[in-house]
Design a protein around this ligand. Structure first.
Ligand code: HEM
Length: 260
């Protein structure tokens, strides 16, 4: 792969400041209160948004690889995304070093800003294919908040994943039973599962953090109560089939499985 410099200063020595565009990055933070903990709150949000940008960037590449049957490359990037999500989840532990009492002192001044308005978060869900599995209510909510976002991603990673299995005429059960013969497909399924699991873990631990910071019955700054919104998001899986077919694996080897 040949690579070229693309910036306007291609013939000059580069500098760290310019390459990272630090002037813009480090002046992006705009606290809206005088509370010292708000700086930390914004740092956490900013770093997660930067990681979401990377996830979106790599999800584009993963789709191209899947569509071109480049499974090793797709697998490599999927592993990275799982690691990024592991790192993302660690942000909740760090955020818990802000005491609930400190947060309460400035939270009411945040006037309607909520993580649920993160376009990148929603885009990741859409790119992975959540609209295909979460039902029309979910898709309508996304379309209402971000008109055109769903249409930007007509081909989802979920779709590309199953299209690959179809092209090779493979069922999940076959791939797992013949995992050493179908190793690339087996790894793809495991990586997709892991990505889904980590995302779920992020959701779950965000909720635990929310419980600690504001309590389970408090109204979110986005205007929702836990039972009405966040609790329901725990039902969202991008690849429910990858969780579900494990019952078939159990049944296939004589284990007892309740009917669905
Ligand atoms: C003290 C810290 C935080 C609290 C108490 C909190 C609380 C909440 C609450 C209550 C909701 C439900 C919507 C609402 O009514 O607001 C929510 C949604 C959400 N929050 Fe947080 N949050 C915190 C930090 C963060 C951070 C740092 C991020 C990073 C991006 C984030 C990302 C999200 C996302 C993406 C949603 C939507 C989840 C979904 O739709 O599935 N939150 N948050």
């Amino acid at each position: 792969m040949s690579t070229e410099r693309t910036d306007a200063h291609a013939n000059e020595q580069h500098s760290y400041q310019r390459h990272l565009n630090l002037e813009r990055l480090l002046t992006a933070m705009r606290p809206v209160t005088t509370h010292p903990e708000e700086h930390f709150f914004l740092t956490t949000h900013h770093s997660l948004e930067i990681w979401m940008k990377q996830i979106i960037f790599d999800l584009h590449r993963i789709l191209d690889h899947l569509d071109q049957d480049e499974i090793n490359q797709a697998n490599w990037l999927l592993t990275r995304l799982s690691e990024i999500l592991r790192l993302a989840e660690a942000h909740w532990v760090v955020l818990e070093t802000m005491s609930a009492a400190d947060f309460a002192e400035y939270r009411s001044l945040l006037t309607g800003a909520s993580g649920m308005q993160s376009r990148q978060f929603r885009e990741i869900e859409v790119m992975l294919g959540l609209c295909d599995v979460a039902g029309p209510e979910y898709a309508a909510r996304v379309e209402n908040m971000w008109p055109g976002l769903i249409a930007e991603h007509p081909n989802t990673r979920r779709h590309a994943f199953f299209a690959y299995f179809k092209r090779r005429d493979l069922s999940l059960l076959d791939v797992y039973k013949n995992r050493w013969q179908q190793h690339d497909a087996f790894l793809l399924a495991e990586h997709a599962f892991e990505l889904n699991r980590r995302f779920h873990s992020w959701r779950h631990n965000h909720i635990l953090m929310v419980r600690r910071q504001i309590g389970i019955r408090a109204l979110g700054t986005g205007g929702t109560f836990f039972d009405d919104y966040l609790a329901k998001t725990l039902r969202y899986y991008f690849f429910p089939e990858l969780f579900e077919f494990r019952n078939d694996l159990t049944a296939d080897t004589g284990g007892q499985v309740k009917p669905a």
